[in-house]
Structures are given as C-alpha cells and as structure tokens.
Design a protein. Structure first.
Length: 254
C-alpha cells in the first residue's frame, strides 16, 4: 500500500486494560478517502482499536498503550499531543445515536461555538452545508428549532454525522453506526458513507459482514486482539490468505 495516501499508520500496537492484553501488536494502514471496515466476533478488539485512533480509550482508568499510531506521519500518542485537537481531526459516531438535548440547529452548531466561532452568518452557512452533506437539509430546514431528540433514529444518526462534519474532520470513525437501525435506515446510512468517502477517510466497526462487503474498500479481520488479516475487501471475502479468516467469512466461526 502506497505510503503517499496512507493517512493512519498503526504499528505494533498493544493495549492493556489493567492486566488484560486487549490488543496485541496490531498493524494497520488506512488509506485516505477510502472506507476501511474492522470485522470479527464480539470481544475481538475491533471497537478498542477504533477508539485508539482518537484516544477515546484514554478516558478508561488503567489503560496502557504501547506501539504507535501515526496520523499523517505524527504519532498521536507522543508526549504533548493536543488530544482535543486530535478529536477535532478524528471524529467519532457511536453505536447508538447520541444527539444533544438541544435543537437540531444547536446540535450542528455546537462544535463551532466551542471553537469560538461567533459570526452568525458563517455558523448558519456551515449548519446548512453540514446538514446537506448528511442528506438532512431538505427534510429539516423548516424544523431547525425542533428538538433533535424528536427525530427518528436514522435521522438522529445522520444528525450526529452532520455535527461532526461541521468541525471539518479529516477522519470519521464509526462504531457499528447501524446496529440500532432497521434495514431501510441502515441502507440510508450506508449510502451516506459511500457519498462521504469522496472527501473523508472512514473507518467502521461492523458485525455485519454483508455490510463490510457492500461498502468497504479495505477490511481487517480481528480475533482475540490480533489483526489476523488485512487487505482489500474483495480479496478478504473471496480469497482470504488465513484459514481463520476463511472460517469466519464462511460462518464456521463466530
């Protein structure tokens, strides 16, 4: 994989929750403006790995990380790293939609205000652009003062994406973003991801192998904290190199 377009490089990553060795010398290279899926059985380390990319695991007591994660060549675990700035560059969408108990408009504008943007016209422009990018503007432009909590789940999830897009991240992490959604809503989120990858690098954790096959360009199969196999999704799903990957893909494991 060319180093020129590798935006995230994970090297020999180990992570411990106290004495528990959750990630074991994990390697991974994430290319810019592609969708990378992490697959594997429950408890294999997928979400833990995802959360290392914007240091969300720092919030858990007793976590220790060794190895390195480079974001455009800079080690995000280096001393002196501005974690708040990192999380602006690498945003996250969680398993269940988590809109703030505010209006639709205030949800999208929230990060802009935290960053100190006070120009009302500029905020309005970014809110509109972000909702448009999340395929919500036409549906919600006359409801911006309504509570975000009144929206159906798939719109809540897309609103969370819009909230992220407003602060212009480089990378979007998605931790099973469709697990709470029905098949129709899932299809909308998948279409949105395919649209967004023209501008953003996306890393997704999914238990749904069909979803990984449909939308991702690269996939990594994880088992017991190890990255068993990583490569182009078409190859992982049709001609896996490791028997453990083959067993999982074919349903003989998990």
């Amino acid at each position: 994989m060319s180093g020129i377009d590798t935006v995230i490089s994970v090297r020999d990553l180990d992570l411990f929750y106290g004495d528990f060795h959750a990630l074991k010398r994990v390697p991974m290279a994430v290319r810019a403006r592609y969708i990378t899926a992490l697959i594997g059985p429950s408890g294999c380390g997928k979400s833990t790995l995802l959360r290392t990319i914007n240091r969300m695991n720092d919030l858990i007591p007793g976590v220790r990380v060794t190895g390195s994660i480079l974001l455009e060549g800079q080690d995000i675990y280096a001393a002196g790293t501005d974690v708040c700035a990192l999380r602006k560059r690498v945003g996250m969408v969680f398993q269940r939609p988590n809109p703030f108990p505010l209006s639709i408009y205030d949800n999208v504008a929230f990060g802009l205000r935290v960053a100190g943007l006070t120009n009302r016209r500029r905020v309005e422009e970014i809110v509109e652009r972000s909702l448009t990018s999340a395929w919500l503007w036409d549906q919600l432009k006359d409801k911006l003062n309504d509570s975000a909590l009144s929206l159906p789940l798939d719109q809540q999830q897309r609103l969370c994406v819009a909230r992220l897009l407003a602060v212009e991240p480089e990378v979007i992490l998605m931790d099973e973003p469709c697990s709470a959604l029905d098949p129709i809503a899932t299809a909308r989120i998948e279409e949105l991801m395919l649209d967004l990858k023209a501008k953003y690098t996306i890393v997704i954790v999914t238990h749904n192998m069909q979803q990984a096959a449909r939308i991702s360009d690269y996939s990594g199969y994880m088992l017991l904290g190890e990255m068993i196999e990583f490569g182009e999704t078409a190859g992982i799903f049709t001609t896996p190199k490791d028997k453990r990957t083959q067993d999982y893909i074919s349903g003989r494991y998990g």
